[in-house]
Write a protein of this length. Structure first.
Lengths: 131, 35
């Protein structure tokens, strides 16, 4: 799995802990990580993903009915409503921020999923204003 | 623990990127069935 992940574009290093089943993927300098490809590569290597989180900086954007988190011109994630996003909904329309959020969680009690979902949505866990 | 890592990462990022350098700085996965 480590080799699968380290072959992906933009990946500098993948730390794999066999003991606790934890994997951390770091980007190359000035390169973009693609969480969907990371999730797919992990499934393709034969293991099941229980949960995936990302730490990122970007802009929280507000439209009429929803929030999204834009990392750059090519990467944007719809934000799943929760208590934190409801607080943000009432604030400025566009806000630069550093976030930690959950992009995937295995559905409970459904056995081993066949693969990653078609779309990743972001559940905000922590938000800090960007400097 | 994760909050500490997040704050440490944020502090380092603040030092290294005076402007906003938008990027995904890490992706963490919890996996099952790994041998």
């Amino acid at each position: 799995m480590q080799q699968h992940l380290q072959r992906l574009d933009g990946v500098a290093k993948a730390d794999v802990s066999l003991r606790d089943g934890h994997v951390t993927v770091y980007p190359k300098p000035d390169a973009a990580l693609d969480p969907y490809r990371i999730l797919k590569a992990t499934y393709d290597s034969g293991v099941s993903v229980a949960e995936m989180e990302m730490t990122a900086s970007g802009t929280i954007e507000r439209s009429a009915s929803a929030l999204s988190f834009r990392v750059n011109n090519r990467q944007s994630f719809m934000i799943t409503p929760n208590a934190l996003s409801e607080k943000l909904q009432a604030q400025a329309p566009d806000r630069k921020a550093a976030i930690r959020g959950r992009l995937y969680q295995k559905p409970p009690g459904s056995g081993k999923p066949k693969g990653p979902p078609a779309e990743l949505k972001l559940e905000l866990l922590e938000v800090k204003d960007a400097p | 623990m994760k909050q500490k890592q997040f704050l440490l990462g944020l502090a380092l990022w603040s030092l290294m990127a005076p402007g906003l350098l938008a990027q995904i700085s890490r992706v963490d996965l919890r996996v099952e069935g790994m041998t």
